[in-house]
Structure formats: C-alpha cells, structure tokens
Design a protein around this ligand. Structure first.
Ligand code: 4AD
Ligand code: MG
Length: 467
C-alpha cells in the first residue's frame, strides 16, 4: 500500500464528522442516493421558474443536477432566497433525491431547505454569459475561452464546464506521467529554475535581474539532470520551463509544463521506447479515468484507443523533408521543421510518428553526433497526428569531454556557464540520453483543444501575464 501504514482517509474513519462536504453531485447522478435525503453544496448554474416553484441547476466539481423548490414545502422565506439567488451564488440545498428520467443525468433533488452561502450582488451579476462564451475568430472558427474578455476574466472562466473538463484531463495526464516513471523505478529529481546559460539556444531566453548579476529562467531541466546521471541513472521531473517565445501559434506558451527524463547507458531507440510508453500511458489513462469528459468534448475515442494501443512508426528527417517537398512545401535540408511544416506533414498521420536523425546544424550542442554519419545527430522528435506536430524532443547526449568541447566551439558557445556540465564528462562520463515532453501540448492534442491555452489555468504568452 502507498505510504506504508499512513492513514490515507482524511476523516480517520469518521466519515461525515470532520468533512465539510460528504455528498457529491456526480455520485447522486450515479444513483448512490436514490430516494435518500441529502445535503448538496455547490453553485447555481441556471435558475428559472414561477412564483410557486423554482428550478435550479446546481453544479459542483463532479457534475450538475436539477433541483426543484416548491413554495409550499420550503416556506416563504427560503423560497424568496431561492428566487433571488443569482447565477454562481454558492448554496446548500437539503432535499430528497428522486429518479427522474426527464432530468439531465436522470435524477432530481426535491428541495426542503435552502441556505445561501455566498450571494452574488444583483448590481454585479456573474459577467460570463452564453453570448460571451460563444466566440469565433476572424475566420468564423470557434475559439473557446479565447476572446480578450474571457482571457481578462480567466479567474471566473475557470469554472465553466469546458475549462473544468480540460483541467480534469490535465490532472489525469500529470498522474499518468508520474505513474509511468515511478513504475519504471525512475527517481523524481528537481533542477533550479534560475540558471546561467541556455539549453535550447539564446533566442528564447528570459533574462531576469539577479542581485548584481543577470540570470535566466530555465528552458529545460536537462543539463542539471545530466549532472546527476552518475548518481541516480534514471531520472524524471515535471516542472515549468520558460521560453521567451514570440510565436503566436496554437501550441506555444512562454511558461509551459515540461515532463523530462534522462537515462544512463541508453540509446536513442531505448529513449524513444520510453517516449512512446509514456504517451501511450497518458492516452490509456485518459480513456480509463476520463471517458465521459472526452465524450463531452466530442473526441473520437477510437482514435485515442489507437494512440494508446499501437506502436508509433519511425522515419528519418530526410524522409520527412522528401514528403514535404513532394507536397510542394518549400523546405531546405538542414532547417529545423517549424509548426507550419509539421502541421502539413502530420495532417494525414493516424498515429504519432518519431522523426529521427536531424541534421547536426539544426540542433543544439548537447545532441550526440551520429558516429555513422557526422552530418546527423542521434535524436528524435515525436510528432502528434491530426496536424498537431511536435510533442517530444530528445535523443542521445554528447558524452565525451573532447566531443562536448568541440561541439560548444563549433556553435561559438562560451564554456564558462557550462563548466559544471563539461565536468560531468571529465569524471566517468557515460553514454546517456533523455527527452522532454510538453505536457500542455499532449493534453491539448488529446483533448482536441483549439489552442494550448485551453488546457492550462492561467496561460502565459508573449501578449499576456495577467490575471
Ligand atoms: O524540443 P525542446 O525544446 O527540447 C528540450 O527542451 C530538451 N532539452 C528536452 C530534453 O531532451 N530533456 O522541448 C521539449 C518539448 C517540445 O517537444 C514541446 O512539446 C515542449 O517541450 N515545448 C513547448 N510547449 C509549449 N510551449 C512552448 N513554447 C514549448 N517549447 C517546447
Ligand atoms: Mg524541439
């Protein structure tokens, strides 16, 4: 059992006695309380009715249910409170659960007592209404949550059903990543977020004042993980990474959540097997834990089952360039493929594909040169299908001291900020490698989100650091 003999029940067995809430709407809709009297705590989603009878749709984090309050049963005072309660007021409703086929979810609460906990001021009603939610971009495409108004009110938008659904998928994805690596005896390991040098090139570094020096926000955990290779051999993390990324695509954030791993003695193929393993595990976990959420987003469950069950094909970079050229895309050998090209390449894929062996000139110094052909590095990107593109970047690392010094010099990168990194090669360097997976990207692809900002509570982009 997790935690040995630690008591995992927060109520210490006294269910109901020390918990603020014991009945969840989701459980009521699952039929656990049919015919019983319950106390439901939640927020008013909709309200309508007459001077004799009110219909309240009550929601909590697990679902929603229609509640009926009759003046005759609850009395004048409670009825008035219910009638005047505005959308997004928090309330406690006591009542009896009836099975009712006509109600959404199959159940209804017949109210017998009402308590308004947090009333909404009629002078300032909840600002997010149906019109505000139905936004389209300049091409008429829906852009859920994407208007300036909704982004300015993100703190209130969080409680809308689409956003809540995305956040549940996100939570399951984080859990799946931890489970995958822990099941494989990986050690969770933390690196600093203030760093002295770039990992992924200087153009996307955030500079921050650091007393009398300057520091940068880290782009990746990787270099500090490599320092722990001789100590722990199998490492992973889930942490924020930062990129001063001006690209306004549907897959770029300036602060994103990065799941990274690093393994000693491993080859590019073994590392790809882990990349495939973790993505498949995320897909299967979403199917196990979040089927109803995926269905509510109109996701094709067969496609997600395919991502969970099938091996992912591999292709070399050169082959991808040929495919793009055959489709009339202008692409020069040696360039890293950007979103516009990955989008075209992956449009007809029905599974994620690994692209391997990128040209050395397209990748940073830490990528290991292919001993069979010095023009290439032993690396991979995993590209998600449906026009999504890159979700993982990884590969083998340059591990000999002599080679790392040569690669830094070829790039014109100063040694000084990387002295710790070079040292790790001087004392028992070993072949090793790893990858970084963009968690927000994976969730956004699997959820079928229209934009990466849909799956993170407070998105940070080049245009926005508030709220
Ligand atoms: O390909 P990247 O830049 O690789 C690295 O950072 C390596 N140091 C990782 C490693 O080997 N440990 O980033 C890895 C992944 C990308 O494939 C993408 O999924 C995600 O991180 N990513 C971003 N996600 C959201 N917004 C951005 N601006 C991102 N930049 C990268
Ligand atoms: Mg990359």
């Amino acid at each position: 059992m997790l935690g040995g003999d630690i008591e995992l029940d927060p109520t210490n067995g006294q269910t109901g006695a020390s918990m603020g809430k014991t009945v969840w709407i989701g459980e009521v809709q699952d039929g656990l309380y049919d015919g019983k009297t319950v106390e439901l705590k939640g927020w008013i989603k909709r309200t309508r009715g007459s001077n004799k009878m009110r219909f309240i749709v009550l929601r909590d984090s697990t679902g929603e249910i229609q509640c009926v309050g009759k003046k005759d049963t609850i009395g004048e005072e409670s009825f008035l409170a219910l009638k005047e309660a505005l959308i997004e007021s928090s309330v406690i409703l006591n009542g009896t659960v009836n099975v009712d086929e006509r109600s959404e979810g199959g159940h209804e609460l017949v109210v017998n007592a009402v308590e308004i906990v947090g009333a909404v001021d009629p002078e300032r009603p909840f600002p997010i209404n149906k019109e505000a939610l139905d936004v389209v971009d300049e091409d008429g495409e829906p852009m859920p949550g994407g208007s300036e108004f909704l982004l300015n009110h993100r703190h209130l938008y969080l409680r809308t059903s689409r956003m809540t659904t995305m956040l549940k998928l996100r939570s399951s994805a984080f859990g799946a990543i931890h489970n995958y690596f822990r099941a494989g005896d990986f050690i969770e390991y933390q690196a600093p977020n203030f760093v002295a040098g770039a990992v992924e090139g200087g153009s996307t570094l955030f500079e921050v004042p650091y007393f009398d020096k300057v520091a940068y926000l880290t782009q990746s955990w990787q270099l500090y993980a490599e320092a722990a290779m001789p100590a722990l051999e199998r490492l992973y993390t889930i942490a924020p990474s930062f990129r001063a990324e001006e690209s306004r695509t549907r897959r770029h954030l300036t602060e994103f959540w990065h799941a990274e791993m690093e393994v000693a003695w491993a080859t590019n193929d073994e590392i790809m097997a882990h990349g495939e393993g973790v993505v498949r595990h995320i897909a299967s976990t979403l199917l196990d834990e979040r089927e109803s959420e995926l269905t509510s987003l109109n996701r094709d469950l067969d496609a997600i089952a395919r991502y969970a069950d099938s091996p992912y094909p591999k292709m070399r970079y050169d082959e991808a360039v040929e495919i793009l050229q055959s489709k009339g895309v202008e692409v020069e050998w040696g360039e890293d493929l950007d979103y516009s090209k990955e989008k075209i390449l992956t449009q007809d894929f029905d599974l994620p594909h690994f692209l391997t062996h990128y040209p050395k000139i397209a990748k940073p110094f830490y990528h290991r040169v292919d001993p069979d052909d010095e023009k290439y590095v032993l690396c991979h990107d995993l590209l998600a299908p449906e026009g999504y593109g890159e979700i993982i970047g990884g590969g083998e690392r340059t591990w000999s001291e002599e080679e790392i010094l040569r690669r830094l010099d070829e790039e014109g990168t100063p040694h000084e900020p990387y002295q710790f990194y070079i040292d790790t090669r001087s004392y028992g360097g070993v072949p090793h490698g790893g990858f970084g997976l963009g968690v927000d990207r994976v969730v956004s692809w699997l959820a079928g989100a229209s934009h990466i900002r849909e799956v993170i509570p407070f998105p940070r982009t080049s245009r926005r650091v508030t709220p």
